[in-house]
Write a protein that binds this ligand. Structure first.
Ligand code: SF4
Ligand code: SF4
Length: 129
């Protein structure tokens, strides 16, 4: 998984290349997390994920958030710094898939009566290509 051994700088540059956005612009206002409909189901909510990318501390094989995000892009519309967390998440998901990281199995998802159906539908789509 050579692609997963990126330095923090390489990861930031890859995200800039894929999204056209700059994660270092994030001021950690938390708005992306506040508007995200599935943030409470993530291990790293959108703002925390952007912070982790800033610091280069993302462990893709362990990261659940990239399979939980429903790609609604509400966070993209709301970000005052044009960081586009949803696109950052999508870039990380693509990076994971290209490097052989298996999508989380249903049994590893936080499914109970509070789980939004959109999470399950989107997960099915993302994990089956
Ligand atoms: S909304 Fe934008 S600036 Fe605010 S925490 Fe999220 S990514 Fe950072
Ligand atoms: S695109 Fe993903 S991270 Fe952004 S608000 Fe929607 S579900 Fe949350």
């Amino acid at each position: 998984m050579a692609g997963l051994r990126l330095t923090p700088r390489e990861l930031r540059e890859l995200i800039r290349e894929y999204t056209g956005r700059e994660v270092t612009a994030c001021m950690q206002c938390g708005l992306c997390t506040a508007v995200c409909p599935v943030a409470s189901f993530m291990d790293l909510h959108p703002a925390a994920l952007v912070r982790a990318v800033q610091l280069g501390g993302v462990e893709l094989p362990k990261l659940r958030s990239i399979w939980i995000c429903v790609s609604c892009m509400t966070c993209v519309d709301k970000c005052p710094r044009d960081v586009a967390p949803g696109l950052v998440v999508e870039t990380l998901r693509q990076l994971a898939l290209k490097n052989g990281v298996e999508p989380r199995a249903y049994s590893q998802l936080p499914i109970d009566e509070t789980t939004p159906s959109i999470l399950l539908v989107t997960y099915s789509r993302k994990s089956t290509g």
